[in-house]
Design a protein around this ligand. Structure first.
Ligand SMILES: [Zn+2]
Length: 227
């Protein structure tokens, strides 16, 4: 929307030789420019082979912030801020996501020469541990001039298949019901769940336990406990 339009009042004031009040704040020109290196040459050439291998099996998201993928499941405020800070400025080179739900399938890191630096090794190790703690696969590729589809297949086949098995197993857990009148713990976060009632959808009216970290955690346990 333009802010330079003088509007009716401005025109009126001009007609009578009155200059409009200098209330229109001077437009501040922000100092941003678009980067030309969104992907490095190495990342781009890897991306092209990855695209060829993945086809329509998954969506490839380049440079995803770890904070968009993970959350800190603790209920302690200070712990949450400490661990959030640790991932706040880190990203993974590529994230493969389900074409259907865009749920992350696995992270991919490309190890260029910088990955041999001590600080980089420490950072890589930490990122790997983050993925591991959240149960998300991480696959590393050595940075090379070219890749073959067979190399990608050998490293990514298991990740893609594992994801399908995981989704299937999760749907079985989700549909399980608890009968006992005790508050279940969230399987993902290890915190007591909160009793809720479905307001819409196929389960409308049904009582269930949801995670207090919703929507970051969507674990639910349906229950037969009367309301
Ligand atoms: Zn949870």
């Amino acid at each position: 929307m333009s802010t330079n339009n003088p509007g009716c009042l401005g025109i009126f004031l001009k007609l009578f030789g009155i200059s409009p009040k200098q209330n229109a704040k001077k437009e501040v020109k922000l100092p941003y420019a678009m980067r030309d290196d969104f992907l490095s040459n190495a990342e781009l050439s890897f991306y092209k082979v990855l695209q060829q291998y993945i086809g329509n099996k998954a969506i490839i998201c380049p440079k995803v912030s770890l904070q968009d993928i993970f959350f800190v499941k603790t209920s302690s405020q200070s712990e949450r801020s400490t661990y959030n800070n640790k991932i706040s400025r880190k990203h993974v080179d590529f994230l493969l996501c389900s074409t259907d739900t865009l749920r992350p399938i696995c992270g991919i890191e490309l190890d260029d020469r910088s990955h041999q630096r001590a600080d980089r090794i420490k950072r890589d190790k930490f990122v790997e541990q983050v993925f591991e703690s959240a149960g998300l696969t991480m696959v590393r590729f050595e940075n090379k001039r070219s890749y073959t589809l067979a190399e990608l297949e050998s490293k990514l086949h298991n990740a893609l298949n594992g994801f399908e098995r995981k989704v299937l197993a999760e749907s079985e857990i989700r549909s399980s019901e608890v009968n006992k009148d005790s508050v279940p713990e969230c399987k993902k976060c290890g915190v007591p769940m909160v009793k809720r009632q479905a307001k819409k959808g196929a389960n409308k009216g049904k009582v269930f336990y949801g995670c207090p970290n919703y929507p970051k955690c969507r674990e639910v346990v349906y229950t037969t406990i009367p309301t």
